[in-house]
Design a protein around this ligand. Structure first.
Ligand code: CO8
Length: 264
């Protein structure tokens, strides 16, 4: 992989987007590498949580940029057909981040602009360094957010705030991103990866199968009417009740001991 690094330890996969000369902007090659890496990760039993972050810039500053957007140099001469194909090329790995059985956490270590904000929003959880900057600057470039931003931003922060951010292209800092619900947590930049890994470890300590079913329930139910969504949840609840983890988790509670949760 040219633009992506994968490190796996303690059941956590850290995926680092690394294009130092372009502040980790997403080009076609990077999107394809991301898609391949996520497909491989989803099939790995030894990975329970994925942390997505950005590599250092060319001056080796690890807190400059998460992802500064889609690659403008690649997009500048796109025809309408090429632009659509580029959008669909991103849709696949972005949907993987959203729907894969493992939990995905974006550790936002600097600029999260345009496609950078969009890829963070495709993750389950966002943790921001206190120096992070978020924006959807697309309309200033004569385009619109095309990696799901018009949809995911409105779902995350509400339609009014999404419209304001997309129409004004305003930069917001990490504190404001937290205030409007765009990120789950803000931490000192030096503590970003530790915080993400600690959260990952906490999630891993729970029943991993139950966590993945809960993720599916939340995702699938989001676009359903409440009656069908609750029925779908009841069905998935039933499935979790046939697992070793359910028997062990509840028995351990009743016996006042720590549960030895496995994967199923
Ligand atoms: N694409 C390509 N190259 C980039 C990008 C980018 N998005 N962002 C930064 N770079 C490059 C710069 O060109 C520069 O390269 P070089 O050193 O060769 O000149 C290098 O990274 C460093 O950048 P700067 O010198 O500009 O660094 P500064 O510290 O001065 O500024 C900023 C940092 C503020 C982040 C600035 O680089 C910037 O504004 N970048 C662009 C941000 C932006 O507009 N992002 C949105 C892009 S559009 C988008 O994401 C659309 C997504 C949906 C597409 C859907 C298609 C279907």
């Amino acid at each position: 992989m040219n633009n992506l690094k994968l490190d796996v330890a303690d059941q956590i996969a850290v995926l680092t987007i690394s294009r130092p000369g372009a502040l980790n902007a997403l080009n076609s090659e990077t999107l394809d590498e991301l898609n391949t890496a996520l497909t491989e990760i989803e099939a790995r039993d030894d990975v329970k949580v994925v942390i997505l972050t950005g590599g250092p810039d060319k001056k080796d500053n690890p807190y400059k940029s998460f992802v500064a957007g889609a690659d403008i140099a690649e997009m500048v001469n796109f025809s309408a057909a090429e632009a659509r194909a580029f959008g669909m090329r991103a849709a696949e790995p972005f949907f993987k981040l959203m729907n894969m059985r493992q939990v995905t956490i974006a550790a936002v270590n600097g600029f999260a602009l345009g496609g950078g904000c969009e890829i963070a929003m495709a993750c389950d959880i966002r943790i921001a360094a206190d120096n992070a900057t978020f924006a959807q600057p697309e309309t200033g470039l004569g385009i619109i957010p095309g990696f799901g931003g018009t949809q995911r931003l409105a779902r995350l922060v509400g339609m009014g705030r999404a419209k304001e951010l997309i129409f004004t292209c305003d930069n917001i800092d990490a504190a404001e991103a937290y205030r409007i619900g765009l990120v789950n947590k803000v931490v000192a930049k030096e503590e970003l990866m530790d915080t993400a890994k600690k959260m990952a470890s906490k999630i891993i300590s729970k029943g991993s199968y139950a966590v993945s079913i809960a993720k599916a329930a939340i995702n699938n139910g989001y676009d359903m009417d409440i009656k069908n969504a609750v029925e779908m949840e009841a069905n998935l609840f039933g499935i979790t009740c046939s697992t070793h983890d359910k028997t062990e988790g509840m028995t351990a509670f009743l016996e006042r001991r720590a549960a030895d949760l496995t994967d199923f």
